[in-house]
Design a protein around this ligand. Sequence first.
Ligand code: FES
Length: 331
Amino acid sequence: MSHRVTLAGVAEFTTADGQSILDAALRANRWIPHNCSQGTCGTCRFRVLEGFVDHRDSLEDVLPQADRATGFALACRSTPLTDVRGELLGTVATTTPRHRLRDLEGRVSHRELVARETLRLVIDLDEPLDFDAGQYVELHIPGSPLRRAYSIANPPSQDGSIELHVRLTPGGLATERWIFASLAVGERVRMQGPLGSFRLTEPEEGPVVLVAGGTGLAPLKAMVLHAIEHDLADDIHLYHGGRRDEDLYDQELFRSLEGPGFRYVPVLSEQRWVGATGMVTDAVAADFLTCRGMSGYICGPPPMVAAAVHTFKKRRMRPARIFREEFTPAP
Ligand code: FES
């Protein structure tokens, strides 16, 4: 059964039977801040003022029962049981999304092991996709109602295909049991996108420091290529951290881009080599005595993201200029 949802400042939209509030909003070109769309980050929390929602599989850690009792809900998990009136939390830029969420299909045209337990997939899309550098798509897992999120690693100018970097999750339903086990060149894939608030779209006034851990490189690669193509920043520094050299990839590409305006720093935490050694965040801290006037974009596992945020803040980067996306492996 469909229901009307009215969120203050976001305007009204309608949900179809079983459709999440976030999905309905983004498909109607209404913006609700979100990051994971999987119920793990809490970015899409809102407060129900009138009506009722089904919280479905919302996690207790992200949305405790006490919060549900006072009206809080996750837009990416909840479905309305009645018409709903609610409000988003905090200061929210309630702008129209730049790109409407939609269903996509394509065919795998490239599959390559680029690093330890890391695949590069390229999927040629049936129709071009408009997206912002940094956003992601969700792949439908065949034979399952579940989807998994993967950041788009190519810049938006290459809109006919998407490049994804997939790290093996041991026992993972999407990675070990599907993508690594059997997904081959020529096979068709169903997806939806674009999703996510992590994006680089505006010209940057000061230096930009991007810090990636593992396949957290994917959205930052899209941002670097997009920024260089469109002259969005004069001074870009990309740090890519891994444990050993078999964890790094795309080094040749980034080396070829080095020059005035772009610096590439690969960092290994468990191996001495000709390059930087240690935690990627320590390399950033060693290179910048102050990050005043800079912007930071971070993507990787949660501990690395937290460490990078800490480093940027310690170096006096304005919190409003720190943008982050955490990769949490899904089973
Ligand atoms: Fe809803 Fe992350 S919890 S977007």
